[in-house]
Design a protein around this ligand. Structure first.
Ligand code: NDP
Ligand code: MG
Length: 338
């Protein structure tokens, strides 16, 4: 498999501008794809369920909006940007029958194809354009003129130019500025799930939470614990993002660097790594996908319970009041700003 990174200069950027694109969903990824495509000069329609609360918002942003049938039926490319757990039902009941003969079905994550939740109509081409970051940052980086790396994969090429269409789409949402990597649905799905479970979301929040609790339980002020274990994470991660571990370590004090090398591996150790391998096994075997889909069918009780519990943690309360006092920070509150 070719692993060369692809940039805008080697992409046919006009291809997608001559096609009609439907973006299904207007959530985290949906709003970013639709707005970026629109500003790149692509003919895009946002497809939403009847009585969608996003209808007016998308229209106010200058986008053309339609119900699922109308958005889908004369589009050459249909990008599904719905929660993974509802995607198969929506595709089967409200998208598949309306898609144009020989058109292209796109995904931003391989879950439903790789785990066989969706079996696309035989005549369709199937590909993936997966931005490697949250939707709101996909939008922000595009607006600022930078971009977000994207993964591209082709599952089925009936049109003969599915790869070119996927690349052209990725370029129009800003991926070609940061770099696009060819992958497979299998690799994207498994690495994406592993990343979010072990490092980016699950691992990081548990690391921060436990660090915060340890300091507060030892009698330190929660404000001090918050600055140290949550706020400063971004500053350190920004340095890694710019120049790797070495650049970060060049910037911190020798004392911090000595503590880093001598203590870090006591926190994340060989037992932790063994557990990481188990988590990866569960992803590769399909056990995680099976568990999550069955949870989702029951209304996601575990997710709802944990979400509620986490929102009441002291780190969230103290964080809210501290962020409100940081004028440089556009503080977000999920209860006020969905
Ligand atoms: P969201 O949860 O933000 O999607 C919400 C949108 O889906 C809303 O527009 C909502 O409609 C619509 N929707 C929800 N349920 C239904 C339904 N039953 N019928 C019709 N529409 C429905 O999804 P994400 O943006 O998080 O994820 C989209 C895809 O992108 C997924 O495949 C995900 O894995 C992938 N991805 C997501 C990333 C992210 O940053 N979140 C990062 C990379 C990939 P309404 O507006 O009417 O409420
Ligand atoms: Mg991801």
């Amino acid at each position: 498999m070719e692993t060369k990174i692809i940039y805008d200069s080697s992409i046919n950027q006009d291809l997608i501008k001559n096609l009609k694109v439907a973006v299904i969903g207007f959530g985290s990824q949906g709003h970013a794809h639709a707005l970026n495509l629109h500003e790149s000069g692509v003919n895009v329609t946002v497809g939403l369920r009847e009585d969608s609360s996003s209808f007016q918002r998308a229209e106010e942003m200058g986008l053309s909006v339609a119900n699922l049938e109308n958005a889908t039926k004369d589009s050459d490319v249909v990008m599904l940007l719905l929660p993974d757990q509802v995607m198969a039902d929506v595709y089967n009941s409200e998208v598949a029958e309306y898609m144009k003969e020989g058109s292209t079905l796109l995904f931003a994550h391989g879950f439903n194809i790789h785990f066989n939740e969706i079996k696309p109509r035989e005549d369709l081409s199937v590909a993936m354009v997966a931005p490697k970051g949250p939707g709101h940052l996909l939008r922000r980086t595009y607006s600022e003129g930078s971009g977000m790396p994207c993964l591209v994969a082709v599952d089925r090429d009936t049109s003969g130019n599915t790869q070119e269409i996927a690349l052209s789409y990725a370029s129009a949402i800003g991926g070609g500025r940061a770099g696009i990597l060819n992958t497979t649905f299998k690799e994207e799905t498994e690495t994406d799930l592993f990343g979010e479970q072990v490092v980016l979301c699950g691992g990081l929040t548990e690391l921060i939470k436990n660090g915060f609790e340890t300091l507060v339980e030892a009698g330190y002020q929660p404000e001090s614990a918050y600055f140290e274990t949550l706020h400063e994470v971004k500053l350190i991660v920004d340095l890694m993002y710019e120049g790797g571990f070495e650049w970060m370590r060049h910037s911190i004090s020798d004392t911090a660097e000595y503590g880093d090398f001598s203590r870090g591996s006591r926190i994340i150790n060989s037992d932790t790594k063994k557990e990481m391998k188990k988590v990866l096994d569960e992803i590769q075997s399909g056990a995680f996908a099976k568990e999550w889909m069955s949870q989702a069918r029951e209304g996601a009780p575990f997710l709802k319970e944990k979400r509620e519990e986490a929102s009441k943690h002291q780190i969230e309360e103290i964080g809210k009041s501290l962020r409100d006092m940081m004028p440089f920070l556009d503080a977000k509150d999920v209860t006020k700003n969905k």
